[in-house]
Design a protein around this ligand. Sequence first.
Ligand code: ZN
Length: 299
Amino acid sequence: MQLKSDYMVRATALDGLVRAFAIDSTETVAELRRRHATDPAVTAALGRLATGTLLFGAMLKDEDQLVTVRVQGNGPAGTLLASANGNGEVRGLVSNPRPDVEQVNAKGKLNVSGVVGTEGRLTVTRDLGMRQPHTSTVELVSGEVGEDLAHYLATSEQTPSAVGIGVFVQATGDVEAAGGYIVQLMPGIPDTVASEIESVIRDLPHPTTMLRDGDSPEQMLTRIFERDLQILEHKPVRFHCPCSRERAERALLLLGPEEIRQIMAAVAEKGATEVVCQFCTSVYRFTMPELDALLSSLN
Ligand code: ZN
């Protein structure tokens, strides 16, 4: 099998009347699935969220800025969260990776809204390096993630947007394709042009059908805009978690001396405690002497 690397493109079309983003996130979503051992419907839900969040990340101005999208629906998967920086790196988590629910819905599709829930909230937090991150919340419209992200862009950012994102999961549970596009209509676009674009997008094949047919992100956008498309940026994307042993140590220190003593008492027999990163499932092990050293560093 040929391994291709994930990337996204940022583009403009129709003399700047349209902004467009497209992505192949197959390997990134496969890595999320490996890390969190998700069932297929949750693989699709978290994969769509991570893919959409990476595209939101493409809208950031600087590489060290951060966008986090949290979906809190009333479904059995609980909270889903993805966080991407302007450098094309994403990580994500889900409260319940394997909820007891039908993986496929009545239409034969992965039961994404069944695991996410059809009611709840979607919150976008942009950390632009200012003192206060910018946060905005909308109600979920369907729990299918793509529609919910489109609703967020239309209401909270007043930018009419088409969001087409998808994850194709094989019968084995492996991710075969993931990716999609966001197309945004800028102010001043004539109604006739806007409705023409909407109609072309309505007739497009599903994003994972295009990817499985071998379309690149550029080719997905070319199907919409043909020759009017101008690619502005091409950026690799990947799963990445910035956690480290030092950060795990700092998290322990933040608990304070009393709590650290309690942990030490609880794990005295095992001789060590483990700090697990929720985002990437990395395990950081601290032995009793190491915990003791942390405790004395607090005094
Ligand atoms: Zn981590």
